[in-house]
Design a protein around this ligand. Structure first.
Ligand SMILES: Nc1ncnc2c1ncn2[C@@H]1O[C@H](COP(=O)(O)OP(=O)(O)OP(=O)(O)O)[C@@H](O)[C@H]1O
Length: 609
């Protein structure tokens, strides 16, 4: 939106789509705080710092401002903008009362920092949060828990049978036992949750059955999934006496309606061990609050996939911690108890991985869920190697990953209709288990919500296909047996969460919605479900944390800004057996080439200017 009242330096950047109206308004308000006239360069830099937070970064890299994407003209060229020289901007900021503080008081809404990535400009709140995260992590890394090597070996031997045969999972548990902060990274199906369950068992052995464990995740759905997985382990493998319950990070910290939290540095969490799952979705503000709420003798285990889509709010803290320079940690050498107990084969680790171990970071690599080919494509996507991605992708219908011409959808149609048929047959016969299994058989994933390439367009297309090929359904406008459902809001009372999928099945003469919960099935009547919609296609963002046997990924055109490497990786790795990518080779190349660029100062040392 264009701000009509803006006639100054921000106007062309607003018109070119670099700055949104909100960036302009907030920048004008902030700079007004300093009183007196504001330098044009300072005003533009302030607006870019506001923009940075809006687009998920904690700061703006000043030496890259001229690369900020602008809208294209009708000819497809980027709109020409006159960017000020970086040195001049930095010098103007360094003199500005917005950075140094006005004569009248301590108000300094901006922070200017030097880093290995060049000069960074922050809204001060985010600078403070990053500084706090860094200081707490450094403090935690300065010492290690005292662990007896023999006891650790015993605990690990009890939790990991040699038949598991995968040293990295055992090493991850050894790392979690011998450090205050551990990052357990890995792609989907690499056994992160499997390992977390065993880490908890190891902690019970080492710290006693009365160990206090806090389990949490950024979303209600991820917390419920973690709870199900840990509960199943406790039921079927080894009873966890501490019986930990998983909640959202907000709930763990006691969030209040006014946005403040019960927990903080003055009222710390009582746990001996805290596990955060799906940490990639945790914004910097919540990570900071969580760290400030931990006792220094609480073991923290951050679990997640750093290559997945990150939180909507500012920050990509998990990826920052995984990519942090190892020299950043003050005790890079491994604990002797770890070395004695972990039984790692050093040749299995790269040098970078070995030094990351010293910093408490371990990445699981072996996939336990999907076929090798899907894993290979996902790895090539992460590596940004579009040629290899295209080489790996087959053209024959039976390849594990295929690229489908958007104008030739017969095969996609056959598989979608086959999925809908299976769902209907199982649901009409009231076979709940087969229905939830069929539901996981296929899902169409889109980058956008609306439009021809989006969820809206594809849902219409799929309902059209199924009506033509399977016949319409008589359901009097409400649910019908075989209807796939998506939950759109958390409902703790019913234990269903935003992003959960269920299916309607016949229950005698009535209908009931069923949801898969590990090995069991949860049933709810229509009146118990307030926020559900039919789901024939869903956004890739919403699909995070879900798995399907087959996935059809609809790519938007190559120039769609949303089309990024992280988006494609997240979509592909939702599939266990088969991925069809509907789109052009150009769009695929564009996706692999475009990264979610999130600036932050957490990866390297920063110093305030
Ligand atoms: N060492 C192992 N031996 C046998 N099976 C394993 C092992 N590790 C993991 N698995 C199995 O592989 C599957 C995937 O593991 P898990 O769910 O823990 O992965 P994940 O990394 O948490 O995946 P996601 O992030 O998608 O939830 C599970 O069925 C799990 O039981």
């Amino acid at each position: 939106m264009i701000v009509a009242s803006e006639t100054g330096v921000l106007a062309p950047f607003n018109e070119a789509g670099v700055l949104h109206a909100s960036d302009v308004h907030v920048a004008r308000r902030l700079t007004a705080l300093a009183g007196g006239p504001t330098d044009d360069d300072v005003l533009l830099a302030t607006a870019l710092a506001v923009r940075a937070v809006r687009t998920g970064s904690t700061c703006v890299r000043l030496d890259l401002i001229a690369d900020t994407p602008a809208e294209r003209t009708a000819d497809g060229d980027a709109v020409e903008l006159t960017w000020p020289p970086v040195d001049r901007v930095v010098a103007a900021l360094a003199r500005s009362p917005l950075v140094t503080g006005p004569a009248s008081g301590p108000l300094t809404p901006l922070a200017l920092a030097d880093s290995a990535d060049g000069p960074l400009l922050y809204l001060r709140k985010y600078f403070r949060q990053e500084q706090s995260i860094r200081a707490i992590l450094d403090g935690r890394a300065a010492s290690r828990p005292d662990v007896d090597p023999t006891a650790l070996i015993g605990a690990l031997d009890a939790a990991f049978s040699p038949a598991d045969g995968y040293d990295r999972q055992r090493a991850a548990a050894a790392l979690a036992a011998t450090g205050w902060t551990t990052v357990l990274a890995g792609g989907p199906g690499t056994g992160k949750t499997y390992t977390v369950a065993r880490i908890l068992a190891v902690m019970e052995t080492l710290l006693g059955d009365d160990v206090r464990i806090g389990l949490c995740a950024p979303t209600g759905r991820a917390a419920a999934q973690l709870q199900t997985a840990i509960g199943e382990y406790s039921r079927t493998r080894r009873r966890l006496v501490s019986d930990p319950a998983a909640v959202t990070v907000h709930r763990l910290l006691g969030s209040r309606p006014d946005g403040t939290f019960v927990r903080g540095s003055g009222n710390r969490l009582p746990f001996d061990v805290v596990v955060v799952d799906e940490t990639s979705m945790l914004p910097v503000t919540m990570m900071c609050r969580l760290l400030e709420s931990l006792r220094s003798d609480t073991r923290l285990i951050l679990v997640g996939d750093p290559h997945q889509l990150v939180s909507v709010e500012a920050g990509a803290v998990l990826a920052d911690l995984v990519e942090r320079e190892p020299a950043q940690t003050s005790t890079p050498e491994l604990a002797s108890a770890f070395t004695a107990a972990a039984r790692i084969d050093e040749s299995d680790f790269t040098d970078t991985e070995l030094s990351a171990l010293g910093g408490g970071v371990i990445t699981l690599r072996r996939g336990h869920r999907y076929g090798d080919r899907i894993g290979d494509v996902a790895e090539a996507v992460n590596a940004g190697d579009a040629d290899r991605v295209l080489d790996l992708i087959g053209t024959s219908d039976d390849s594990a990953v295929t690229l489908v011409d958007p104008d030739e959808l017969d095969e996609v149609r056959a598989s979608v209709v086959g999925w809908a048929r299976e769902l209907r047959v199982a649901a009409e016969s009231g076979d709940e288990r087969s229905a939830v299994r069929a539901l996981r058989g296929h899902r169409v994933l889109c980058a956008h919500r609306d439009g021809r390439f989006g969820v809206g367009g594809w849902s219409r297309r799929i309902t059209g296909w199924t009506a033509e090929d399977l016949g319409g359904v008589t359901h009097g406008g409400s649910w019908y047996a075989g209807e796939p459902l998506l939950v759109t809001a958390n409902d703790r009372a019913q234990d269903v969460y935003n992003g959960d999928s269920g299916v309607v099945v016949a229950d005698g003469d009535a209908l009931v919605a069923v949801f898969e919960r590990g090995d069991s099935v949860k049933r709810l009547h229509p009146s118990q479900l307030a926020h559900v919609v039919p789901v024939y296609a869903m956004t890739i963002h919403r699909s995070q944390g879900s798995q399907f046997a087959e996935v059809t990924v609809v790519l938007p055109p190559a120039d769609a800004e949303l089309l990024t490497r992280e988006l494609l990786y997240t979509a592909i790795t939702r599939a266990e057996r088969r991925v069809r990518i509907v789109g052009t080779a150009d769009a695929l190349r564009a996706a692999v080439g475009r990264r979610v660029a999130r600036a932050s100062g957490l990866r390297s040392r920063t110093a305030e200017h």
